[in-house]
Design a protein around this ligand. Structure first.
Ligand code: SF4
Length: 382
């Protein structure tokens, strides 16, 4: 969530230094290289190598040049790493938003300010409300969906959502399919092919978030491979016993040479809802939402959600979202610059009252949620 602004010295920029060349950077760096001259990439682990003929250097190596403030720095790391880099740069006399900024701010604010483009860092679309697991603390509330609300989205429904979204959005860095368990939806391959063919200039990377319990069929793997879809695996095998399936899943991805990352967390933050909803007051809801600040936004059912979690709460029939918490994409006019601006502002967290109403009930992912629980505890299926 951005509530600050880049200084005017960022106008008409044509050269930047990129700081960070890890997993987060891989989502952004190609677009930056395409749009700017990049004399250096700073990365204190990968220095001595290069990327697209751009030298990767350690910070200390070019510190002198950096301190001359000839170039702005765009930090392409996750938020937690950014804080440490921010401290280093500020200690050396550089100022945030004057000399450097985080990629989230740059990707959204700079492009809006200078190119009148509406960019979104990360958009999620749920392709199914069904899951192979039944995690009690699922932040998409899957165990709480009644059976008559289980649904695999059709190709046409998913196509309508992305088509509508991209009328107002110029570039999405990261478009992720999730669920439930997305490989339960056999139309997944068709929507990957559609986006890959039609929107390669507007969608940077596609990704799938899966629990690794279902091995995709060959037709799906063909599309994943063709469009370099990145697989993010939430590994719950420490809590739920499906190691054998996981091994088969990983072997299959290796066999096809598909990029993946396996995340084995031990803890989650408990969102509380719907079992024991939080009760944040109106006076604390705005700072609570800021503390959470999800990078991901959601598109489903022709609506854009600053936070995709609230889409799922309503889809499950657990909550009715007030209209101020989402944007109906069908009611916008893509010829109006003001409507594109509205989408951009909303994705930066600017909404009525300064917070989403659902945030008052939700623990969120921020530092102010102290309820930590083990991952993947299963709820008995009813
Ligand atoms: S507190 Fe909950 S509803 Fe609010 S932004 Fe965070 S995850 Fe979304």
């Amino acid at each position: 969530m951005i509530d600050k602004s880049l200084s005017e010295s960022w106008y008409d920029l044509d050269t930047v230094i990129v700081y960070g060349m890890g997993v987060v950077a891989s989502r952004f760096v190609d677009k930056i290289i395409q749009d700017f001259q990049v004399p250096y990439i700073i990365d204190n682990k990968k220095y001595g190598t290069s990327y697209n003929n751009i030298p990767i250097v350690a910070y200390e190596e070019i510190k002198e040049k950096v301190l001359k403030k000839e170039y702005k720095i765009v930090v392409t790391t996750a938020g937690a790493t950014y804080s440490g880099i921010q401290q280093t740069l500020e200690r050396d006399g550089l100022a945030e938003e004057e000399d450097f900024c985080h990629i989230e701010q740059f990707a959204v604010e700079w492009y809006r300010m200078n190119r009148k483009q509406t960019n979104i860092i990360e958009v999620h679309t749920a392709v199914t409300t069904r899951c192979t697991l039944n995690c009690k603390n699922c932040n998409m509330f899957m165990p709480y969906y009644p059976q008559d609300r289980w649904k695999n989205y059709t190709f046409n429904e998913m196509k309508e959502d992305i088509d509508l979204m991209l009328k107002y959005v110029d570039y999405i860095f990261w478009y992720i399919f999730l669920g439930g368990e997305p490989f339960l939806n056999k139309e997944l391959k068709n929507i990957i092919a559609y986006i890959g063919e039609k929107y390669s200039d507007k969608v940077g990377h596609m990704g799938i978030t899966t629990n690794g319990t279902i091995i995709p069929d060959d037709e799906t793997l063909v599309q994943i491979k063709k469009y370099k879809v990145r697989i993010s695996i939430s590994d719950y095998t420490k809590t739920v016993f499906y190691e054998e399936k996981m091994v088969k899943f990983l072997n299959k991805l290796d066999e096809w040479g598909i990029w993946y990352i396996k995340n084995q967390m031990s803890d989650w933050k408990d969102f509380g809802f719907p079992r024991e909803p939080f009760q944040w007051g109106e006076d604390e809801a705005s700072s609570h939402m800021r503390s959470c600040s999800p990078l991901f936004h959601g598109v489903n059912d022709k609506k854009l959600y600053y936070c995709h979690v609230i889409w799922s709460a309503e889809k499950a029939g657990l909550y009715v979202n007030p209209e101020q918490d989402y944007i109906k994409l069908t009611e916008l006019d893509c010829n109006k610059e003001s409507d594109k601006e509205r989408v951009s502002e909303y994705c930066r967290g600017k909404c009525k009252d300064g917070f989403l109403r659902f945030c008052m009930l939700c623990g969120g992912c921020g530092a102010d949620n102290k309820k930590i629980i083990p991952v993947g505890i299963q709820e008995e299926r009813k």
